[in-house]
Design a binder for this molecule. Sequence first.
Ligand SMILES: Cc1ncc(COP(=O)(O)O)c(C=O)c1O
Length: 502
Amino acid sequence: MNLLADQHLNEPLLDHREGQLFLTEAFKVILEEVLCKGTDVNEKVCEWREPEELATLLDLELREYGEQQHQLLQRVRDVAKYSVKTNHPRFFNQLFAGVDYHALTGRFLTEALNTSQYTYEVAPVFVLMEDEVLSKLRSLVGWAQGDGIFCPGGTMSNMYAMNLARYRAFPEVKLKGQWALPRLAVFTSQESHYSVMKAAAFQGIGTENVFKVNVDDRGCMITDDLSEKIELAKSQGAVPFLVHATSGTTVQGAFDPLEPIADICDRQGLWMHVDAAWGGSVLFSKEHRHLMRGVERWESGACSGIQLLECNFDLLKRCHSADATYLFQQDKFYDMSLDTGDKSIQCGRKVDCLKLWLMWKAVGSQGLEERVDRAFAHTRYLVEKMMKREGFQLIGKVSHCFIKCILTYSSLIFISPFVNVCFWFIPPSLRGKENSPDYQDRLSKVAPVIKERMIKQGTMMVGYQPLGGRVNFFRMIVISPQLSYQDMTFFLDEIERLGNNL
Ligand SMILES: Cc1ncc(COP(=O)(O)O)c(C=O)c1O
């Protein structure tokens, strides 16, 4: 018998004291580098390095033997240094930005507890908490009851909706698969998120069976065209089953008209899903929730990474359950309906409710409403300033309509329904040249060059894209609770500084 080996196996492999010391030091780095410097306007948003240089700097290779604590702390510092600071006030690149300290605490706590959401026995707190958050969100939608689940993102929520809609129409699909089904048809706007196409491909429906409905100038679904596309699909022998509407499209921030879409779905017996992954926050605001008028008529909705369902017929469970006996034993000593894991398509499911719950507890519904209203107010300010500067050309409907306006300017009204501000920057060399044959081509090259310059200098980050027939334009997202008027002014000045000589 090897006594030494036995003794070794009798000791814990981890040194908790040393581990906790490391964590304490790492937390200091996180606080200093990510949260203090990362949110400081005088610091860079990003430290651009070419990939080869970055790989060398990070010394990525994994070796046979472990490193010393001081070396590992340097690793932590490097990761913080070379990562993009998405909580920097000048990060406008994505549909997320900023930091909320309570939500962050929730995320740290979730990671520290390292459990899975599937059963009450391993996640008693989070099973009850998820239920509370879902029920509060449902009440915002206007439902007294229903079902729901936290999903890992908007794409997954949309995939869930498609699967549920198909299951409701053809419950036999779960057993028999595609063999039992006719050709199915999904309807969504031209500007909906690409996850609809992924879902159709993933679920065997086929991307050719996603009928793209035309949109108006603002990117909202044209319901007459929806009716026509439904008839078109039927004339081709397909069976319509799902209309995928959007509240807050990814690029333009458009809200599809839910009431008329719901009328069509009622008449045709179709499932109405609303992808509110981006725009769902307006439900918190008394002033802006009208953008989702008719929301209570949806069958399902994606609010960020949360799938909400109107029906309370256990559809999620029936559609997805696999009744694993090692997890969902039927002879448990507590109420087994608390083992919600079989509603999910995953087995282990990360706890996502705590960050939202803790933030909601901290600021209340009133605080969340204030954040939404503030983002709209900042957007209004930005648009106002932009319209006064020569080189900025907004994308969106400019009209004389007085129904919902952001800004009245020179008798024109610019309608920006949400916090996406889409615009071209026209450098001095292109101004007044709209009719020249190479104008669009030259304009399309402006945003990529400005973007390269801002990233290499680390001053800010904002996204650009072409859309439909429009060449590359910027999409500025005004969402972070940290934003100030100064950041808006900086943004405009910086675009001019980076692009004036193009
Ligand atoms: C409208 C909309 N739906 C769905 C998604 C996908 O969300 P996720 O990235 O969380 O999968 C996005 C992402 O931008 C979106 O804008």
